[in-house]
Design a binder for this molecule. Sequence first.
Ligand code: GTP
Ligand code: MG
Ligand code: ZN
Length: 355
Amino acid sequence: MTLEDLGYNSELEKFRTENTLDDFEIGRVVAEHRERYIVRTAESELEAEITGNMRFTAKGRTDFPAVGDWVALSPFDSGVAIIHKILPRFSMITRQAVGQFGEVQIIAANIDYAFLVQAVDRDFNLRRLERYLTLCNSSKLSSIIVLSKTDLIDQARIPAILEQITTRIRNVPVIAVSNETRDGYEAIKAVMEKGKTYCMLGSSGVGKSTLLNNLSGKTLMKTDTISQSTNKGRHTTSHRELIVLENGGILVDNPGMREVGIADSTDGLEITFDQIAERARYCRFKDCTHTSETGCAVIEAVENGTIDRAALENYLKMEREKAHFESTVADRRKKDKLFGKMVRNYKKDLKKNKY
Ligand SMILES: Nc1nc2c(ncn2[C@@H]2O[C@H](COP(=O)(O)OP(=O)(O)OP(=O)(O)O)[C@@H](O)[C@H]2O)c(=O)[nH]1
Ligand SMILES: [Mg+2]
Ligand SMILES: [Zn+2]
């Protein structure tokens, strides 16, 4: 396998040569298990850890390698290596870390496209789809919606469901698939390009790993039946994994997500809800909240049916989450700054008292 097969490109090569990384090997992180990384190089697969210095200087989760990352590493024993540097990421999907407000978690790095997988039976939910879309749009990723388990419903219902999606979410391709009958597989294969990286995002139990296994022709990921009593997935996949398919596409499996917190400081919401953002320019007040103001062009559009009321409600909910996230991040920075100042003063005092 060459590095190009893993998605390596001229931008990365330029960085490598300009940053005197000649003494290192280059590889891509294909799996992570608690700060131990499986890195695929042109020659082999290595188990790697980061340098002590990298861990020490890391300011947050994003300074650690993630699946999909390109790293410069040095093997020191057979099959074992030390990661010295993470090459610049061209994209990074992050979400708010569960239970750690104001901290982000990397879902995957250097992803070109995201497959947003939703099962057509009980999992189907437009609001959640918009949430995933926002996540991807804030990372400037193109998304493809994958509607799975189509074998579980009456085939005649599928076109209406597809239309429901495309009227609410425009400009995003939708592919209906069944991992049982393999309907839609040709369409999935057709959208995949050689050397491009695709990740799969969605709830637990929607069939992400089954899709990966079927496309690869191997049982690479464990899959499991979903719990009969709750009809919820069991979180079968517990780690992320990157594989290269026969068609040249690179696919990353992710564990199912329970919640998708908005950790968006960019314009992900505006891209996802472009119709709302567009109408908002005509609101009478510049700081219009689109909730009850007179002269609100967005509310007017909802009333005359051009904008879906449920879409606006979802937008406003995520907007509030985003504001809350941003203020938490700001608080955190302030605390870190204060702490830094305290440490500096302490060191200064130490120096002063030195004799
Ligand atoms: N009927 C039907 N069952 C499917 C389909 N795809 C997956 N399944 C079944 O759904 C269950 C869950 O599939 P997985 O592939 O493990 O789901 P996952 O999305 O990887 O789940 P997590 O790893 O927990 O996130 C398994 O029992 C699969 O056999 C499908 O298209 N149709
Ligand atoms: Mg899985
Ligand atoms: Zn308004």
